[in-house]
Write a protein that binds this ligand. Structure first.
Ligand code: ADP
Length: 435
């Protein structure tokens, strides 16, 4: 290119020199120079015209033939275009591959722009959500997936957990939505049919509920007979007496377990019954009295501090959940320990705190404590008679009351279990909600 520039300048100087000599010879110096410059300019204009014609023909053809500076400009532009076309083809092929692979996906994938309008989606999304390729592009996604839960989930912009809801086109199917934010508030939505998982989960719940129900009657009979036999313990050899007592204790444990399993499956499967004003101070006083008798010789110091606020909920469920927390405090606090039960309200809502200075829990167990049968330290449970289901019941009860459980604990120092309820659950008058 540098070389071409030099020879273009050399050619201009040579032409001007020639014009100068000819003009001087014929005594028409100005005319000769003007003519030379005009020819020079016309030639350049012609080259520019050729370039423009070639570019407007989208450079599909070979470049126009030329020489010197213009020849190398044409060649360079041609080479650039060639390179650009090559990377365009490469990108196109890659995009096609991505589109082919997402089309083959069974999960629906949708791209939504920052205004919430549908930009792109795959075949599976058509089948799962009833979208139509031609019509729906650019439409707001909340108009296409018409469901208040989806709208609320889409607009909240925090997508830690997925949303599960009935399919908008087939009410027997259950869909799960995962949204990921990318770019400038664009969203990638992945939607999958989880009806099969739901059926399995329902089958599992039914199985546990049915098995527990079926076991209840025979166990009641066995336990009843054992109780009767124990009454005649004195007439039996000591060895038999001990065995009967142990059998009775174990049958009691099994009954507790079955009762807790039934409570859990009711909490999981049934709709919340009509919820009414629950007088929490009365409920807590009764539970604290029970806790004191459970403490018995251990002489725990159980204190109740309570504001006169009621909550909208189901009293049996709340009593069982709060009871689990208070009785756990008694079970896992050594004799003469302190247990504080506090019920209060503030601007964020209503709260119940059950605090003890007992055994405490290693922090590594805390995230898993509300799982069924999860025990922080199985060795402590031989004498507590617990079922391992208490905190799972608490968690499910709180979910049905729009609440959540917070656990903090230090091993060897004590634990604090706090139930938080939203302020909307506070009773202002005799308000009743249907669940
Ligand atoms: P369980 O019926 O065996 O007590 P829970 O579900 O009520 O089962 O409790 C689960 C776990 O939480 C248990 O392993 C127990 O060790 C621990 N835990 C519950 N409450 C307390 C507490 N107040 N102090 C120490 N550990 C507790």
């Amino acid at each position: 290119m540098k070389h071409d520039w030099r020879s273009a300048i050399r050619r201009l100087i040579f032409s001007l020199a020639l014009a100068f000599v000819v003009g001087w010879l014929f005594n028409k110096l100005t005319l000769a120079i003007m003519l030379t410059l005009a020819v020079y300019l016309t030639w350049h204009l012609h080259q520019l015209y050729k370039l423009q014609q070639w570019l407007t023909s989208r450079g599909a053809d070979e470049p126009p033939t030329s020489h010197g500076l213009w020849g190398s400009i044409f060649d360079d532009v041609y080479r650039l275009q060639h390179r650009h076309q090559k990377s365009k083809n490469k990108l196109k092929a890659m995009l096609k591959r991505v589109q082919d692979s997402t089309s083959a996906l069974k999960d629906g994938v949708l791209m939504v722009d920052s205004h919430g309008n549908l930009e792109w989606w795959n075949q599976a999304a058509n089948a799962l959500l009833g979208l139509q390729n031609s019509k729906d592009i650019g439409q707001p996604i909340t108009n296409l997936v018409r469901n208040p839960d989806f709208k609320a989930y889409f607009e909240k912009a925090h997508y830690e957990s997925p949303l599960e809801m009935a399919s908008p086109i087939n009410h027997d199917a259950v869909l799960q939505f995962h949204i990921t934010l990318f770019g400038r508030k664009d969203r990638l939505i992945v939607c999958r049919d989880i009806s099969h998982l739901h059926q399995l989960e329902a089958m599992r719940q039914d199985f546990v509920a049915n098995a527990s129900h079926e076991l209840r009657t025979p166990l009641t009979v066995i336990s009843g007979y054992l109780e009767t036999f124990i009454e005649y313990k004195e007439t039996l050899p000591a060895r038999w007496g001990r065995a009967l007592t142990q059998m009775h204790e174990q049958s009691q444990r099994m009954q507790n377990l079955i009762n807790d399993l039934l409570v859990l499956s009711r909490l999981e499967t049934s709709n919340a019954p009509d919820q009414t004003q629950v007088n929490i101070p009365n409920l807590l006083s009764a539970l604290v009295a029970d806790a004191k008798s459970l403490s018995g010789d251990k002489q725990h110091n159980i204190l109740l501090e309570c504001e006169d606020v009621s909550l909208i909920g189901t009293d049996t469920e709340l009593s069982s959940a709060f009871g689990n927390l208070i009785f756990n405090a008694v079970k896992y606090t050594p004799a003469s320990g302190e247990i504080n039960v506090k019920w209060w309200q503030d601007t964020t809502g209503l709260h119940l705190e059950v605090k003890d200075n007992g055994l405490g829990i290693d922090h590594k167990h805390i995230p898993r404590l509300t799982e069924r049968f999860y025990r922080a330290d199985p060795s402590r449970h031989s004498d507590t008679g617990g079922t391992g289901l208490g905190l799972a019941i608490v968690k499910h009860t709180l979910l049905r009351h729009d609440g959540h459980l917070h656990i903090s604990s230090v091993l060897g120092k004590g634990s604090c279990f706090t139930c938080h309820f939203p302020a909307s659950r506070k009773v202002t008058n005799a308000k009743v909600i249907n669940g």
